[in-house]
Design a protein around this ligand. Structure first.
Ligand code: ADP
Length: 267
């Protein structure tokens, strides 16, 4: 087990994009206080595809929530150096945090969380309109380009209920990219998808890192995909643990793997 005071670092040549220092998160419940993160120290570098693995209840979602600032930190700090600013995430007030988050972080959830009454293109346009980075005509054009990128442009005017789960997740990824944030945060993004669809979604994330230079922090409980990340953190009971042992990363036999279809991507 890595001690809580030890820093897990990627390539140290450049300053960390995401800098987590002594992060402690305590939830107050009717049954008493519960410490979900027990002093996390991590540097995440630009261009990393970081996998965060661990059992259910280990603290993975809490870890992501400390990066996005959607939940308060108890002690410690999270600094994100993006778009020319060093931001102490938990020092921002609610309005400033919402604006900063819109431009800096795209978030992808297991349950997609598309707005059911909006068409696909409207779902993608919404964060652009809320952030005000693009004029309305440009935001619609950009939403169409993002839909093209995930090969769903012909469905632009459908409601989410009329496309498959894998397609909805591709729309959710397009929505996360709407304001062109440098960082994507994904919480079990393939958790409700079959293995072939999951693989396509994972390939999409890989391409975003390789071809667009995005930095991705992805939570998963699927240890078998750990070798595909550029780096993996393991959380055990709210603490960072040693990288997973060999037997835990053992890959599936070739015969069980889903066949890889050649995909067309437009960037
Ligand atoms: P994981 O994502 O690894 O499944 P979580 O970060 O969701 O784990 O939760 C870590 C621990 O914190 C769990 O024991 C969970 O029950 C607890 N927890 C999470 N959110 C809350 C909350 N809002 N209030 C109280 N306890 C919580």
């Amino acid at each position: 087990m890595t001690t809580s005071h030890e820093t897990l670092q990627g390539n140290t040549a450049t300053p960390a994009l995401i800098d987590m220092r002594d992060v402690i998160k305590v939830y107050s419940t009717a049954a008493g206080d519960f410490t979900a993160l027990k002093g996390i120290n991590v540097d995440i570098r630009a261009g990393e595809f970081l996998g965060v693995i661990g059992k259910s209840g280990a603290g993975k979602s809490t870890f992501l929530n400390m990066i996005t600032g959607v939940d308060d930190i108890t002690t410690g700090r999270v600094i994100i150096r993006a778009n020319g600013a060093d931001v102490h995430v938990h020092d921002l007030n609610e309005d400033a945090l919402a604006l900063w988050r819109g431009k800096t972080l795209g978030v992808v959830f297991q349950s997609f969380q598309l707005l059911p009454m909006l068409t696909l293109i409207e779902n993608i346009t919404l964060p652009m309109d809320l952030c005000g980075l693009y004029r309305p005509r440009r935001s619609r054009q950009r939403a169409l380009e993002l839909l093209e990128m995930v090969e769903l442009e012909e469905h632009a005017n459908k409601l989410p209920a009329f496309i498959s789960g894998g397609q909805q997740q591709r729309v959710a990824i397009a929505r996360a990219l709407a304001n062109d944030p440098p960082i994507l945060v994904a919480d079990e993004p393939t958790g409700s998808l079959d293995s072939v669809t999951s693989d396509h979604i994972f390939e999409l994330f890989e391409r975003l890192v390789q071809e667009q230079g995005k930095t991705i922090v992805m939570v998963t409980h699927d240890k078998s995909i750990a070798p595909r990340f550029s780096r993996t953190l393991r959380i055990v009971d709210g603490e960072l643990a040693d990288p997973i042992e060999e037997d835990e990363t053992a890959s599936e036999p070739e015969a069980n793997k889903s066949p890889k279809k050649k995909r067309k991507w437009l960037w």
